[in-house]
Design a protein. Structure first.
Length: 315
């Protein structure tokens, strides 16, 4: 059964009514097809209208929806022969950031991404997708391997931000994020990043300084979470909706600002309602981006990547 967000309450009520009618019909001989059809059409129209005018804060809620596809689902749906690689060869293995070699539509690639988990046990195991220094150092190690073997790098970004704990700071969180970002920019192979849910702070950019940055239409990408930004500016997280509007966190805003390159369409009602269609759409977008980068020299890839990020914010 689908989990509805707060702003989807009218849709949830209609869907509950439809379910009740179907249960009633199953128990007797009453023909309620016409009424169910009428209510379903009304529900579908309300869903279309609602998602056509989502506010940045509502998009933030959609991006965080627990039923959206996660890294493991994208790997299962898009990649073959996935060979996971673990550890940073210095401290340990971080389960918030996963990666390895794989085959994507006939080409060998290296895929790295954040894994949030989809139930309580897995969310704790993956630390809710918040990477620690060893996770970013693992990403660096894997990108170095890709560079050595001439393999394109695909990253799937979905994190509220890097883990802010004391132990992570003691192990050099800021340095690890900076080195990972530096490695992205130094790659001599094509790199495509996709913001599939939340793209939060340095924890996101450390895996997203790519030649092409894709973003789902209801994903978000920002330097800080709306709640944290509101807490800094207004001393309360109650103004998170205002902060989300001010920060321009949506794919539509960021495309206009030149921060991302491509908006990937989602099924009606978000990727959580039809994960298979969302995964396929992302696969097509990644394939197109990689094909566009084919044949470019290492020097050209580095030069264009550098120029892309230096141009951001210029007037």
């Amino acid at each position: 059964m689908a989990t509805f967000l707060d702003f989807e309450k009218p849709i949830a009520e209609l869907q509950a009514r439809i379910d009740e009618l179907r249960e009633t019909a199953a128990e007797g001989t009453v023909d309620i097809d016409a009424e169910v059809g009428r209510l379903q059409a009304k529900s579908d129209k309300l869903l279309r209208d609602t998602y056509a005018r989502l506010t940045p804060w509502q998009k933030t809620q959609v991006a965080r929806h627990g039923e959206r596809p996660h890294f493991k689902h994208y790997v299962a749906g898009l990649f073959e022969d996935f060979l996971p690689l673990a550890g940073d060869r210095a401290f340990g293995d971080d389960q918030a950031i996963l990666g390895g070699f794989a085959t994507f539509r006939g080409r060998r690639v290296l895929v790295i991404g954040h894994e949030k988990g989809d139930d309580t046990a897995s969310r704790l195991r993956h630390n809710f997708g918040m990477g620690k220094p060893e996770g970013y150092r693992k990403a660096i190690r894997l990108m170095q391997l890709a560079d050595r073997f001439g393999l394109p790098v695909v990253t799937l970004v979905d994190t509220s931000g890097a883990f802010p704990g004391v132990q992570a700071e003691e192990r050099g969180q800021a340095e690890a994020i900076a080195r990972s970002t530096e490695m992205c920019l130094a790659l001599g192979v094509p790199m495509v990043a996709a913001i599939v849910g939340e793209g939060g702070s340095g924890g996101a950019i450390a895996l997203a300084a790519a030649n092409r940055v894709l973003m789902f239409e209801h994903a978000i990408y920002s330097v800080i979470s709306p709640e944290a930004g509101a807490s800094i500016l207004w001393r309360t997280s109650d103004k998170a909706a205002e902060m989300a509007e001010a920060m321009k966190v949506t794919a539509q805003d960021l495309k206009g600002l030149g921060v991302i390159d491509t908006i990937v369409p989602e099924p009606l009602g978000g990727a959580q309602r039809d994960p298979a269609t969302a995964i396929a759409a992302l696969g097509d977008a990644i394939d197109a981006a990689l094909s566009n980068l084919d044949g470019q020299s290492s020097a050209d890839l580095r030069r264009s990547r550098r120029a892309k990020f230096l141009a951001m914010g210029r007037i």
